[in-house]
Design a protein around this ligand. Structure first.
Ligand code: GLN
Length: 495
């Protein structure tokens, strides 16, 4: 049963064909069994989940539930969850218990979801493969020798391996969309400010976006409706009237979204550097969208080629500042033996952070330092504006922009760990939307000869979540890539 989408499970829950307690027990059993194979979770909250499931069942019995009531769900371990460990995949916070809920966690609790646990991730969300976690690498259910992408790899695997129907992630440079692509599920990065960052442990504050993972665009729509909303505790949270994205999908207008839709194909996203199998799958998906009524237009985003270097100045700069709070005094780990205060800081940070986090702190400190600030940080901010201007111009000519989510399908564990630049290039197609703050979704559109999933990215202008969800939904009504299941026993066995 748990293999169903949220929309299907909600029907079964409301019709009382199944209880949330049964569903949650099934999720917990699968999570516990799969843990040694995929390492998708850092914390499993069996007791809390069962108690929340019983409360959801009581609400459903009274006829009180909404579309998410009783749905088991996992949160990326960078989101604070009151009373539960929140580790960010780091030794620094290995024993840290969150004192409050993040905004999106609170919203999803209010919507009646059942928190089953916290998912594994790259340390402090820095990575594209979920290999930098202090708790060990996450494995891809399509082939455990491969990475699931990152940094939200644990959440993506939890959904792809049918352990839970839905999960949350965060996207700073691609960390929702790229793992969604590499594990064959859907992942949405909303407009910056649509989902409050309150209680999201900061990596790069001007780039961090919480968002949902689901198996279908419709499920992402249901989750986003609950996660979005104004929150005065985040000064960049946007105050807009709520939109019922899932309801919008059902309107007659949505069925016609592709009729005359202008799809922009940036030549920068469809040329060199894309694996041939990925390019072919993306081309086939575009042909399908065209068959459904869309028109195609080649566009150009000349500054987008600077996205990766711009990101790797701005993100580390913000990270070096945000991570200065981990000093052995206020949060988390503290070294055991030290001579004096300075020695305590040094040893604590040397022991608490892994190599990738240290690399970012060093880079960030360098680009912000006196004499380099203008040459690097300021310059990067200026180029960030040029990239945003390119997109603004492009949306005069087209309604959505379509291309591959990642340049290749999943790669083997260990294949890129010694070459940070190769690792960074994984996000070449996803980073621009973080720099501009506009929404983008990744949905499955094919598999490689080796049986690894391929993702299609649909980007929209600011606040165009409803439109990109409509496009993704129409594509999923016409194709079945999102129904492919990885070769794991439980997923094929149950109904
Ligand atoms: N892979 C990118 C990085 O390492 C993006 C990570 C993210 O989106 N959190 O910074």
């Amino acid at each position: 049963m748990i293999d169903g989408t949220i929309a299907e499970l909600a029907q079964a829950l409301h019709a009382r064909r199944i209880s949330s307690e049964e569903l949650t027990s099934e999720a917990l059993a699968r999570i516990e069994r799969a843990q040694s194979r995929f390492n998708a979770f850092i914390t499993i909250d069996r007791d809390g989940a069962l108690a929340a499931a019983r409360a959801a069942d009581a609400a459903l019995r009274k006829g009180d539930g909404g579309p998410l009531t009783g749905i088991p769900l996992a949160h990326k371990d960078v989101l604070m969850t009151a009373g539960l460990n929140t580790t960010c995949g780091s030794r620094m916070l290995a024993d840290f218990v969150a004192p409050y809920d993040a905004f999106v966690v609170e919203q999803l609790r209010k919507a009646g979801t059942v928190l089953v646990g916290k998912t594994n991730m790259d340390e402090f969300a820095m990575g594209s493969s979920s290999e930098t976690s202090w708790f060990g690498p996450v494995r891809n259910p399509w082939d455990p020798a491969y990475v699931p992408g990152g940094s939200s790899g644990g959440s993506a695997v939890a959904v792809a391996a049918r352990l839970v129907p839905a999960a949350t992630g965060t996207d700073t440079g691609g960390s929702i969309r790229q793992p969604a692509a590499l594990t064959g599920i859907c992942g949405l990065k909303p407009t910056y400010g649509a989902c409050s960052r309150y209680g999201l442990v900061a990596f790069a504050s001007s780039l961090d976006h919480p968002g949902p993972f689901g198996r279908t665009a419709e499920d992402c729509a249901l989750l986003l409706r609950a996660m979005a909303g104004h929150d005065p505790r985040d000064s960049t949270s946007i105050d807009r009237p709520p939109e019922d994205y899932a309801q919008l999908l059902r309107e007659p207008r949505a069925a016609k979204v592709l009729e005359g839709l202008r799809i922009g194909l940036p030549k920068e996203f469809h040329g060199e550097g894309v694996d041939a199998e990925v390019a072919a799958a993306v081309e086939a998906a575009i042909a399908e969208l065209q068959k459904l009524g869309a028109t195609l237009k080649t566009i150009s985003l000349p500054a987008v080629k600077y996205s990766v270097p711009v990101y790797y100045v701005i993100a580390p700069a913000e990270a070096s500042s945000n991570l200065s709070r981990f000093d052995g005094v206020r949060y988390g780990h503290r070294a055991n033996d030290f001579k004096d205060l300075l020695d305590m800081y040094k040893k604590t940070r040397a022991e608490g952070f892994g190599a990738e986090v240290k690399r970012r702190i060093l880079t960030g400190t360098y680009v912000l330092s006196h004499g380099y600030y203008d040459a690097y940080y300021l310059k990067a901010q200026q180029v960030r504006r040029l990239i945003a201007d390119d997109f603004r111009r492009a949306y005069g000519e087209c309604d959505v922009i379509v291309g591959p989510t990642a340049p290749s399908a999943a790669f083997k564990i260990g294949a890129k760990t010694d070459d940070p630049v190769q690792m960074y290039l994984n996000d070449i197609f996803t980073i621009a939307a973080d720099l501009t703050g506009a929404p983008a979704i990744s949905i499955p559109c094919g598999v490689t000869r080796d049986g690894l999933p391929i993702g299609l990215q649909i980007q929209g202008n600011h606040f165009d979540e409803a439109r990109i969800l409509d496009v993704a939904h129409r594509y999923q009504q016409a194709t079945d890539w999102h129904q492919r299941v990885p070769p794991i026993e439980h997923a094929s066995k149950s109904s």
